[in-house]
Design a protein around this ligand. Structure first.
Ligand code: BG6
Length: 472
């Protein structure tokens, strides 16, 4: 076996998102986001939890960055809260919001940590939801203007930008499954919102190219490499359908500037696509990404659709509902759980090999485009024992995935960085606070005290050894 060694300039980091980490939801002039509204409605999230305080990163960011530094991390991926910058989504800027992110970025730079900025990680200003949210093209224009402000204010210091975190995930959850705001089950709205998000992505890239911001811009995708259970004709058709459903409408559109034609044709048979127009498609064509961020949690294993209505059931409860997830998209495909695989309490398959295969798929399809693994991690219920957190399963999980990344590098893929999800425990959206992902434990009962987990120390050794301890 070849020695494990990562490239010289490889970025070793971890990631968070504003709503999940910051808290301070009404502080210093911040406006209200759709998540603030949604989680304050009883029954919408586990134990009626919300991100009002979250991990209190707003007040503890210096301490958090210090921990990253001590771990050897040289990059930090975080997102900007849109309503912190523009409380109403458009118009008047909140100077305190700008100041907060400037301080965060300066603190990173002071510690030789490269800031990796996500412009949108789901906390849409409520005022924009009030005009129709992502269904309304006005929101795409507002996003363009928001991105422009960020390039002007932060563009001299940030070299890595992404427009959106996971269009597929937040759109499907919000518009098709209905377990995220704005909580619809409506394919027509899903298609319209998806289109507007990809248009907004292109607008923001167009603004980036016009601005004086340095660096590169990409998009982060919730990547589910698709496998079929057999090579039969029916299963291969299901594979293509599932690939369009999970991946291609985001990746093809972001990288090649075109929605997959077979997907458009299929949708056109049942839905109204009259909102698609030449000018928009030209903007999408002319404004593509410099790189792709892949968030990898699991693959999608599929077979041919057999019978019945569409079912989109996700398990946001953990162990109590283990095995309850089910995805069938009528006339498209059915998802299958491999009986040989291991799954988390939330039904996420543990399948490290999918990361290798997925990176290689992206490499082949998109001409060896630069890739960052912008999220990878495992959610677990964890308890502190004698002041310590032994999260050995997380170490095993991260180790196996890092080995697959190294394998992909050895096969010629251009992977430039890796970000553990998450830097510290944070609010896992509707799953609440029990589902922890952090390298650092957050003691929510005790002033959000940070305590390094076993995985934090392990990650430090991985970084220090430039990966060679992964061989042990
Ligand atoms: C990604 C998101 O989909 O997965 C994160 O970018 C999210 O925001 C992470 O927290 C894990 O998902 P969950 O639902 O378990 O928190």
């Amino acid at each position: 076996m070849s020695k494990i060694e990562f490239p010289q300039n490889f970025l070793w980091g971890s990631a968070t998102a504003s709503y999940q980490a910051e808290g301070a939801y009404k502080e210093d002039g911040k406006g209200i986001s759709i998540w603030d509204v949604y989680t304050h409605i009883e029954g919408n999230s586990k134990n009626n939890s919300n991100g009002d305080v979250a991990s209190d990163h707003y007040h503890k960011y210096k301490e958090d960055i210090k921990h990253m530094k001590e771990c050897g991390q040289n990059s930090y991926r975080f997102s900007i809260s849109w309503p912190r910058i523009l409380p109403e989504g458009r118009g008047k800027i909140n100077p305190k919001g700008i100041e907060f992110y400037k301080n965060m970025i300066n603190e990173c730079l002071k510690n030789d940590i490269k800031p990796f900025v996500t412009i949108y990680h789901w906390d849409l200003p409520q005022s924009l939801q009030d005009i129709g949210g992502w269904e309304n093209k006005e929101t795409a224009y507002a996003f363009r203007d928001f991105s422009k402000i960020l390039y002007e204010e932060l563009g001299d210091k940030v070299e890595l930008w992404v427009t959106f975190n996971e269009p597929r995930f937040f759109i499907y959850s919000g518009y098709l499954i209905g377990n995220y705001p704005p909580s619809y089950n409506d394919p027509q709205k899903t298609i319209q919102a998806s289109y507007n998000v990809m248009l907004a992505n292109a607008f923001a890239i167009e603004e980036f190219r016009k601005s004086n911001a340095k660096g590169k811009i990409g998009l982060v995708h919730s990547f589910s490499p698709v496998y079929a259970i057999s090579d039969s004709k029916e299963d291969r058709i299901a594979l293509r359908n599932a690939d369009n459903y999970f991946n291609n409408w985001v990746l093809d559109t972001a990288v090649k500037g075109e929605f997959p034609q077979d997907l458009v044709d299929k949708l056109n048979r049942n839905y109204d696509l009259s909102f698609m127009n030449k000018e928009d498609l030209e903007i999408i064509k002319n404004n593509t990404v410099d790189f792709i961020g892949l968030n990898y949690y699991a693959r999608a294993l599929v077979k041919a659709y057999t019978i019945g209505e569409t079912v989109l059931k996700v398990n946001n409860s953990g162990k109590a509902k283990q095995g309850s997830s089910k995805i069938v998209v009528k006339d498209w495909f059915e998802m299958v759980a491999d009986p040989k695989s291991k799954f988390t309490d939330w039904d996420t398959e543990i399948y490290p090999r999918g990361l290798y295969d997925g990176i290689m798929m992206v490499k082949e399809r998109y001409d060896n485009i630069p890739i960052y693994i912008t999220e990878n991690g495992i959610g677990m219920v964890e308890k502190m024992v004698s002041g310590k957190i032994d999260d050995s399963p997380r170490i095993e999980f991260l180790k196996l995935h890092l080995i697959e990344i190294h394998n992909a590098l050895s096969s010629g893929a251009d992977v430039r960085g890796y970000y553990v999800w998450s830097t510290f425990d944070l609010y896992s959206w509707v799953n609440g606070y029990e589902k922890r992902y952090g390298l650092m434990y957050v003691d929510y009962e005790n002033n959000n005290k940070r305590i390094p987990k076993k995985s934090y120390h392990w990650y430090k050794d991985v970084i220090n050894s430039n990966g060679s301890i992964l061989e042990d």
